[in-house]
Design a protein around this ligand. Structure first.
Ligand code: 2AM
Ligand code: CA
Length: 273
């Protein structure tokens, strides 16, 4: 199927799953929550939404395999791969904070071809396919044009599980607190990336994310004219568990800050500036 048509179908599927999640948000009871591992929560809502999405994607593209957060379908090494987070921002969902999204990406032989991030409670659907400009509810979107960190609003996520990342992370955060317009931590990497793609955020960085948190959103940033990398500057940001995104200039400046704070140098940016 042509990517444009496929993208329209994925938007529909995201919205159907989103409608289910929205309905459950108003009925939700914390007794339904299970703890998968430290700070990692799940409920029947994530699992049911994932099953719905997987079934519908199987119908429209039977040859593609799956890599999903809730593992309701066996992981696959197929050439075409759906990368799915049915509910990115589960902690927000459970605590009644209305920022969470459905995230669906499609990869072919390691290259992203399509991405949809549907921010459910705002009914905002961010999407892109290879060859297209990214869109928000059908209108083209672009990364911001801000040229310096000082003028920028930067999104991040705090380390929630691997706490050895905390020292370099705090150094970077300290620098950014003092040298940006502000920092936001909204609790959904898919939404952080979508907001970076449409210029609400100028940049985003986070450690230790999974491919399903970032695949669709990262592709939407790229197709909106943005740049992404790992903290080493490499392009393994979907599977590499380190990601930073922004326009070309902000990404370069952010990379410099992160790299200097990750080095052992006592002159790390932020420690004595
Ligand atoms: P999730 O809501 O699907 O778990 C927030 O920092 C980002 O990290 C979100 O995209 C969130 O996705 C992801 N994440 C993964 N595991 C997490 C955890 N244990 N606690 C908080 N966020 C987690
Ligand atoms: Ca997630």
């Amino acid at each position: 199927m042509e990517l444009k048509l496929l993208s329209q179908s994925v938007i529909k599927i995201s919205k159907t799953a989103g409608a289910f999640i929205r309905q459950q948000y108003f009925l939700f009871n914390e007794k339904n929550v299970e703890v998968k591992s430290l700070n990692s929560l799940v409920s029947f809502v994530d699992i049911t939404a994932e099953k719905m999405i997987v079934e519908e994607l199987k119908n429209i593209f039977p040859d593609a395999g799956f890599l999903t957060e809730e593992k309701t379908v066996e992981e696959s090494k197929a050439e075409w791969l759906w990368i799915i987070d049915p509910l990115d921002g589960t902690t927000n969902f459970i605590h009644g904070i209305p920022t969470f999204a459905v995230s669906i990406g499609l990869m072919h032989k390691g290259k992203m071809k399509l991405g949809v991030v549907y921010e459910i409670m705002r009914d905002e659907c961010f999407s892109a396919y290879k060859g297209s400009q990214s869109q928000l509810n059908g209108k083209p979107i672009y990364v911001s044009e801000r040229k310096t960190l000082v003028d920028s609003l930067i999104a991040t996520g705090f380390p929630y599980e691997k706490f050895d990342f905390i020292p370099p992370y705090l150094k970077t955060l300290s620098y950014l607190m003092q040298h940006t317009r502000g920092i936001r931590r909204i609790g959904s990497a898919a939404v952080d990336l979508a907001y970076t793609a449409c210029g609400r955020f100028d940049g985003f960085f986070e450690y230790n994310l999974n491919p399903w948190d970032v695949a669709a959103g990262a592709f939407i940033v790229q197709q909106a004219g943005g740049q992404l990398s790992c903290f080493s500057g490499s392009d393994n940001f979907i599977f590499g568990r380190e990601i930073m995104a922004g326009n070309r200039l902000i990404n370069r400046e952010l990379l410099q800050v992160i790299q200097q704070n990750n080095s052992t140098s006592t002159n790390a940016i932020g420690t004595n500036s």
